[in-house]
Design a protein around this ligand. Structure first.
Ligand SMILES: [Mg+2]
Length: 230
C-alpha cells in the first residue's frame, strides 16, 4: 500500500519459529546434561516448570530489576532447583543455551516468500526484544539478514517494546515517520499496543483466540497474508 514505506517486523514468533527452536535447544541440553537418565523429571515437566520461571524473570529484566546475565543464569538455576536437578551446573547450562540457541534455524511458514515479495517495494527493519549476541547470529543462520536494512534490538535501544523509547529510536535510526510505517508482530502488548501508542499502524499476527486491548489496523493468521494487504 502506497502510504507505507517502512515495515518494522518483530522477530521471535513472527518470522522465527521461536517455540520450536527453543524446545529443540532445551531438549538437546536436557539430554546432554543427562537429566533424562536420572528419572527425576521428564522433559515435558522440565518445560512446564521452566516457562513461568523464565517469563517472570523476563518481566523483572524488562523493569530493569535484574541484568541479562542474572536473567540467563537464574531461569535455569531456579528450574533445576525446582525439578530437584543439580543446580550447580546451571552456569554451564545457561552458557550452552546462549551458544546453541542461535544455531536453530526454523522459520515460520511463508517467511522467505513474503519477505522476498515485500523487499521489492518497502524498506524492511527488525525491532526485537532480545539480546544482541543471540538475535544477530540467529538471523544470519536463518538467512534473514539480506532482507533487513536496520536491526533494532532492545539491548541497543536501551528499552524494551512496548516502551515508546524503542519505537522512537527505530524511527530516528531509519528516518521513518509513524505515518509511513507499519509494525508487524505477534505480541498484542509489545508489538501492537506499543506501535499504536507511537501513532504507527499495525498488523497483528495471531492465529488463535487471543485478545488485544486495541483494534489493530490489520489482523492476520499467517504471514503470507501480508502479500494481499501490501
Ligand atoms: Mg514476538
Amino acid at each position: 500500500m502506497q502510504q507505507y514505506k517502512h515495515l518494522f517486523f518483530d522477530l521471535d514468533r513472527t518470522l522465527y519459529d521461536f517455540d520450536a527452536n527453543n524446545r529443540d535447544t532445551l531438549s538437546r541440553l536436557f539430554r546432554e546434561f543427562n537429566f533424562s537418565d536420572n528419572g527425576k523429571v521428564d522433559f515435558d515437566t522440565f518445560m512446564d516448570v521452566y516457562r513461568p520461571i523464565n517469563l517472570a524473570l523476563w518481566e523483572r529484566y524488562k523493569r530493569k530489576e535484574i541484568s541479562k546475565e542474572t536473567l540467563n543464569l537464574r531461569r535455569f538455576a531456579d528450574t533445576l532447583k525446582a525439578c530437584g536437578l543439580n543446580e550447580e551446573v546451571a552456569g554451564d547450562f545457561a552458557g550452552k543455551y546462549l551458544e546453541i540457541s542461535p544455531s536453530q534455524n526454523r522459520l515460520l511458514p511463508g517467511t522467505v516468500t513474503t519477505l522476498q515479495y515485500l523487499s521489492e517495494s518497502y524498506d524492511l527493519h527488525i525491532i526485537t526484544n532480545g539480546f544482541e549476541e543471540v538475535q544477530y547470529p540467529k538471523m544470519a543462520r536463518c538467512g534473514l539478514m539480506p532482507f533487513f536494512r536496520h536491526i533494532i534490538t532492545s539491548e541497543k535501544a536501551g528499552a524494551q517494546k512496548p516502551a515508546p523509547e524503542i519505537f522512537e529510536y527505530a524511527l530516528n535510526l531509519t528516518g521513518a515517520s509513524p505515518e509511513n510505517s507499519l509494525m508487524i508482530g505477534d505480541d498484542p502488548v509489545a508489538d501492537i499496543e506499543g506501535a499504536f501508542r507511537q501513532g504507527m499502524d499495525q498488523v497483528w499476527l495471531s492465529a488463535n483466540d487471543e485478545v488485544c486491548t486495541i483494534t489493530p489496523t490489520y489482523r492476520i493468521a499467517a504471514l503470507k497474508e501480508l502479500m494481499s494487504i501490501l
